[in-house]
Design a protein around this ligand. Structure first.
Ligand SMILES: [Zn+2]
Length: 238
């Protein structure tokens, strides 16, 4: 928040590359090819994943031509997401209501918890329509070389849910934990690390079948591959 304000204030009070103090020069003297607010919008767009400078400029010009209502609808949508979407206190899926709709739904089998890395993986699995249990979003996977430790994930909260039914959805005891992590080295070692601790709680620990090719990403797998993977899940020896 502070950093944002600083950036904003910096930009408002002038470019740091601006010429030395003195009477303001003619427009364009700082070398910018377009007005400063436009340049700032382009820069914000280039921070988004997969957006290069050219796409960012195209989007900025599109908004410039749009009606004020259309352009402000985008800014309101961004503000709403930041204000109203938060992680579910049980499963860490992103949600407007807490607990989320999946955790609260009586039709879901809360004794089966499918562990995924990110909310986007949960969405992919939900789209198969094959899974009736609940989820746990780890918010990443262990990567000791990259500095991601168990404390950076929601692994403690997963163990709490398994250890105490009151911490799980609708107070139901967990009987099975399925690992649906991305099938690569980090995903596998994260599952093994957690399986070791989960086995002590006496729950069944499984992982999605390897219909998913090693090195692939869950979010890009087809519905059929994901459906096979759920049905053919296997025990994890921790
Ligand atoms: Zn939830």
């Amino acid at each position: 928040m502070t950093a944002d304000n600083e950036t904003f204030d910096d930009l408002r009070s002038g470019d740091s590359d601006a010429p030395a103090p003195g009477p303001p020069g003619p427009p364009g003297r700082t070398g910018q090819s377009q007005p400063e607010p436009m340049e700032r919008l382009v820069e914000e767009f280039t921070r988004l994943p997969g957006i290069g400078r050219r796409s960012a400029e195209r989007m900025a010009f599109h908004l410039l031509k749009a009606t004020p209502e259309d352009a402000l609808r985008l800014s309101r949508a961004i503000a709403d997401v930041k204000e109203h979407i938060r992680p579910c206190s049980i499963c860490f899926n992103l949600t407007e209501d807490d607990p989320c709709r999946i955790c609260a739904a009586p039709a879901r089998d809360a004794s089966t918890v499918l562990v995924v890395e990110q909310p986007k993986d949960l969405i992919s699995l939900e789209q198969t329509g094959m899974y009736r249990g609940v989820y746990h979003v780890l918010t990443g996977r262990l990567d000791p070389l990259g500095g991601v430790e168990p404390g950076d994930l929601t692994s403690e909260q997963l163990l709490d849910r398994v250890g105490d039914p009151a911490r799980n959805c609708r107070g139901v005891a967990v009987r099975e934990v399925i690992f649906g992590l991305n099938p690569d080295l980090e995903g596998d070692s994260t599952a093994l690390y957690l399986a070791e601790q989960l086995n002590r709680h006496g729950v069944k620990v499984t992982r999605l079948a390897r219909g998913l090719p090693t090195g692939s990403q869950l979010e890009y797998a087809s519905k059929a591959v994901l459906a096979d993977a759920i049905q053919g899940r296997q025990a994890v020896d921790g």
